[in-house]
Write a protein that binds this ligand. Structure first.
Ligand code: NZQ
Ligand code: ZN
Length: 390
């Protein structure tokens, strides 16, 4: 294995009625002011807002609301939240939502404690430094799973002006409340695209260029198999609580660092999707679903034994010849994407602009090149991959 340091800074409260059961006790450890953050209003329709504000009220908290956090949150929204936090001095920021709300709040918590003229986008993305001050404590109540944002310190933020969707860093939430019942009102496509994001995280980790590890890869295979099985269960019955709860935990498992222990990771497919998102505002999991098979067809020849192992251990393919098994594994992935009803072409993505070859050239040219995959891509190859997806 590669050398590593591992710690688990986020305390997880998992299960039915987890908020009602645990939040009162958890909140007692924080001061009286809470900044309650959420998205476009789904929590007001499904009763989660009422439940959480009731718990906050019973705990005697003074609540300020930070609302309207959009999917693919922008750095402008971070600045809005940071200004609000500076004005109301929260002892805790409570993010109630999916990856977008949690990510936005991670950076709000860090930006709010900086001197006002220090801009974390410039510090992190341009000067490549990390914030050093202790951020405002953050707690997460997850209402949409898939990203695993609730158990890591990364945050994916879009700078609309610069047309960059990039990874920023703060501290992970101090605690995360994971009640699978809170995800029951998610639209079907968001459930499936979120779960595909989980599968993607496990694959991106597994296909990093290091084969000295074994424990992490075997855990990753289990996470992938479990994600696929439970997605298939949901395709037949979206209300299956057991499948929802398994997916909620595989989501956290795929991004809490445990699969990454002792190994290099790839995440080139994520880099491509993030830039596609910066230009189109497409749904993250759906963008990944389109790009993954094309990306793997481009790189598998550099790692035939690993792709063959993926085919056999994740998809149950019994082919003995490695090359044929590797191809069959990628075909199984592509077929599964279709079975899930996820988009398979870029033209099927919801996009705020037309997806043209010119736009894809800009996406390809602005994509980060990751050195840790089995094949180091060039911008030209990324363009080739994207054109194959059009
Ligand atoms: O905004 P509201 O009205 O709440 O609606 C949301 C949103 O429209 C809705 N929703 C959430 N919970 C719901 C619900 N609707 C009904 N019932 C509920 N219980 O779902 C929609 C999508 O929410 P969003 O948070 O945008 O989705 P997701 O969790 O997939 O997060 C996507 C963001 O996370 C980033 C992505 O790039 C994207 O910006 N990622 C973050 C990562 C991380 N921090 O580790 C890793 C990932 O790879 C990913 O990049
Ligand atoms: Zn992702």
């Amino acid at each position: 294995m590669e050398n590593f340091v591992y710690e688990y800074p986020t305390k997880v409260y998992f299960g039915k009625e987890a908020a009602k059961t645990h939040l009162p006790g958890v909140l007692a450890a924080y001061g009286p002011n809470v900044l309650l953050a959420y998205g476009g209003g789904s929590i007001k329709k499904n009763g989660i807002y009422e439940e959480i504000t009731g718990i906050l009220k019973d705990a005697g908290k003074t609540v300020t609301e930070f609302t309207g956090i959009m999917s693919n949150p922008t750095f402008d929204k971070v600045l809005e939240g940071a200004a609000l936090a500076r004005a109301c001095h929260p002892d805790l920021v409570l993010a109630v939502g999916g990856g977008s709300v949690i990510d936005c709040c991670k950076i709000v918590c860090a930006q709010a404690v900086e001197v006002e003229e220090e801009n974390l986008w410039e510090l992190e993305m341009q000067a490549h430094r990390v914030p050093t001050r202790d951020p405002i404590p953050l707690g997460a109540v997850v209402t949409a799973s898939g990203t695993g944002a609730e158990m890591n310190g990364g945050a994916v933020i879009t700078n609309e002006e610069a047309k960059i969707k990039g990874g920023m860093f703060s501290r992970p939430p101090r605690f995360a409340v994971l009640d699978p019942a809170y995800t029951m009102t998610l639209p079907r496509m968001q459930v499936i695209s979120g779960a595909f994001d989980t599968l993607s995280h496990a694959m991106e980790t597994y296909f990093g260029r290091s084969d000295r590890d074994n424990t992490s890869d075997e855990v990753a295979e289990a996470v992938m198999r479990n994600t696929i099985t439970n997605m298939r269960t949901l395709l037949h019955d979206m209300d299956d609580y057991t499948a929802r709860s398994n997916l909620m935990w595989t989501s956290a498992m795929a991004e809490n660092g445990i699969l990454k222990v002792g190994r290099l990771t790839d995440f080139e497919c994520h880099q491509i999707e993030h830039q596609l998102g910066a230009y189109t505002d497409c749904n993250h999991g759906q963008g990944l679903a389109v790009i993954h098979p094309a990306y793997y067809r481009q790189i598998y020849r550099s790692a035939v034994p690993k792709f063959a192992r993926f085919a056999r251990n994740v998809w149950g393919i019994s082919e003995e010849d490695d090359e044929k098994a590797a191809q069959a594994g990628i075909r199984a992935l592509a077929d599964f994407i279709q079975e899930c009803g996820l988009p398979t072409r870029l033209s099927q993505l919801r996009s705020r602009v037309a997806i043209t070859p010119d736009l894809l050239l800009q996406v390809a040219d602005s994509t980060n090149l990751i050195p840790n995959g089995y094949k180091q891509l060039t911008h030209d190859e990324i363009y080739e991959i994207l054109m194959k997806c059009l």
